[in-house]
Design a protein around this ligand. Structure first.
Ligand code: SF4
Length: 106
């Protein structure tokens, strides 16, 4: 019978490495979970969609968090990880979004 060339310490090390490799897809999925989007304008009238487009609404503010929908006077927050609303721009509004009518909260 052939004697194993792995020591007990080496076997435990390999087992730990396999556990980390096995958990990698779960951890990767948690880190890359797609976040919500607020770009569905299918329920809007042509005029509302046109205004939204004219004001160049987008889900990501080019100015970062300091100047985004969540800090705008016209924003009405939705639930956690949900789109909010805007009193000027119809349709779903992302808290990190932005449009050209942004105004600081008073
Ligand atoms: S006015 Fe523009 S920046 Fe302000 S909440 Fe509405 S869509 Fe966002």
């Amino acid at each position: 019978m052939r004697k194993s060339t792995f020591s007990r310490r080496e076997m435990l090390g390999h087992t730990a490495q396999l556990a980390v490799i096995g958990a990698a897809p779960i951890l990767l999925n948690a880190c890359t979970k797609p976040e919500f989007h607020c770009e569905d304008v299918s329920g809007l009238s042509k005029d509302d969609a046109g205004l939204r487009s004219a004001l160049e609404y987008r889900d990501r503010s080019p100015h970062g968090n300091e100047k985004s929908c969540s800090s705008c006077a016209f924003y009405k927050a939705g639930g956690k990880n949900e789109c909010g609303e805007c009193t000027l721009v119809r349709g779903p509004i992302h808290p990190l979004g932005y449009c050209n009518s942004w105004a600081a909260k008073g």
